[in-house]
Ligand binder design. Structure first.
Ligand code: AMP
Ligand code: MG
Length: 439
């Protein structure tokens, strides 16, 4: 429901988007193709249309790993639940600390983590206490074992101790009633542990978006089939499968669709009927057999069809029926770049995540990098430590948009901005490690 309402709202805002793309000042246009949208503008259009999918579910804590919170989590308890010792030592009342010299206290019992000393500590008394054990009534200070001299049944302590030392207060980490996790938080290992520490066994999370994928191209064969002349294996459905699974959405794999209008129309309709997003590769250039854009436009609308980015310029975004449509170009590297830079933020929005974009950070480039003006270029790099132990990035081999091996050898994108020029060795560049793009 929420998504449909979003569409209606967004559609009213849509004023012939294709003209919008041509209205950029000449200085920021891609010289080769003035209708290509700058990356930031393309992402803004995408995010205007992408809203969280409706529907939540209750899951047992472990099953919620990778999911996004549908509601904030309020702590039902204090963490720690009770005042406890941060060290192994002796628990006592600060009033018994000597003002100068030394003082002796009698040891009246022991407190272990999980087995408290149930009596209180009186004047002149102390209790042997282990890390994590509840502080006995009457005690507010712990003198560590190494600083207490054992004299028979008594200990001798010095004046070098302070009231309240080595004690963790109840609620010091989290107080009952605190918001511990905001709505839209992705549940990772730390969140699982945090929630377990509060005794929370069940969570309300957003349902996983469904993404239907297919590859288009007469030359494509699936694994297990033999290749005739001019044919290639479909690798895009494998990279997409990997990226979608890591992100945590449900994948509906519709296989390979031939470059025929009717087949493409049928596949788009079927995909839109069962998914929240339709994601295709191939068939969006201006080749003779590129029907995807036409057919998507018939069934919905196209908001833009070119982005000033290399690789991946012919990226199409719009809707088919009332679900989002991304038509990525066929080249395997363009698919991965287009997915990470444009599809992923949209899917994170659909998942209900509060934060959807991934920061870049600057490192020194060890390589010389070519860069054409007026487009963003996304190169594949290897982040590593140089001989001086400083983090640097170098090019991960050949950079053609069909060369998956440089994606596979690389561990980061090097993002060369729209307005920037070539890079000389020693210049700073912005990078995005692949590992930061998984979720
Ligand atoms: P297209 O965008 O359809 O013009 O395809 C551009 C290039 O990517 C062509 O060389 C295609 O053969 C190749 N290609 C398209 N789809 C795939 C795919 N699913 N797997 C591997 N290569 C592909
Ligand atoms: Mg094709």
């Amino acid at each position: 429901m929420r998504r449909k309402a979003g569409w209606r709202k967004a559609r009213r805002l849509t004023v012939t988007p294709m003209t919008e793309t041509r209205s950029h000042p000449k200085s920021c246009q891609d010289e080769k193709d003035p209708s290509a949208l700058p990356v930031g503008d393309a992402l803004a259009v995408i995010l205007k249309y992408a809203g969280a999918v409706a529907g939540t579910e209750k899951l047992a804590l472990r099953s919620a790993l990778g999911r996004v919170l549908a509601r904030p989590v309020i702590s039902p308890v204090d963490v720690p639940a009770h005042r406890n010792s941060a060290m192994d030592g002796f628990a006592l009342a600060a009033a018994d600390l000597p003002e100068s010299g030394t003082g002796d206290l009698s040891v009246v019992g022991s407190a272990y983590a999980g087995t408290p000393f149930r009596r209180g500590v009186g004047a002149g008394e102390c209790v042997r206490i282990m890390t994590g054990a509840k502080m006995p009534e009457g005690a507010d200070t712990v003198v560590i074992q190494e600083e207490a001299e054992q004299v028979g049944e008594r200990i001798r302590i010095t004046a070098d101790n302070k009231q309240g030392q080595n004690v963790r207060e109840a609620g010091e980490d989290i107080a009952a009633g605190d918001t511990v996790l905001a709505q839209g938080t992705r549940i990772g290992p730390a969140q699982l542990g945090l929630l377990a520490s509060l005794g929370i066994a069940e969570l309300s999370v957003n349902r996983r978006p469904r993404v239907a994928i297919f590859s288009s191209g007469d030359e494509l064969r699936s694994l297990g089939e033999s290749l005739e002349e001019g044919e290639i294996y479909d690798s895009n459905r494998y990279t997409l499968y990997g990226m979608l699974c890591e992100l945590g959405v449900d994948v509906i794999d519709m296989g390979v669709i031939r470059d025929e209008r009717e087949a493409i129309r049928g596949a788009l309709e079927e995909a839109a009927g069962q998914a929240d997003v339709v994601l295709t590769t191939g068939g969006v250039s201006v080749g003779e057999a590129d029907y995807l854009q036409d057919e998507a436009a018939r069934l919905g609308e196209i908001l833009f069809s070119k982005v000033a980015i290399k690789p991946g310029r012919p990226l199409t975004f719009g809707r088919v029926a009332n679900v989002l449509f991304f038509g990525l170009p066929g080249n395997p590297v363009a698919v991965m770049v287009g997915f990470y830079q444009f599809v992923r933020p949209a899917l994170k929005r659909l998942m209900g995540e509060a934060s959807v974009t991934t920061p870049t950070f600057a490192v020194r480039s060890a390589s010389k990098l070519k860069k054409a003006p007026n487009r963003t270029e996304v190169q594949r790099g290897v982040l590593e430590l140089d001989a001086d132990g400083d983090l640097t990035v170098r090019l991960a081999g050949r950079q053609g948009s069909g060369i998956l091996s440089s994606m596979s050898k690389g561990n980061c994108f090097i993002l060369l901005p729209h307005d920037g020029g070539p890079v000389a060795p020693g210049d700073m560049v912005e990078v995005q490690p692949f590992d930061m793009l998984r979720w």
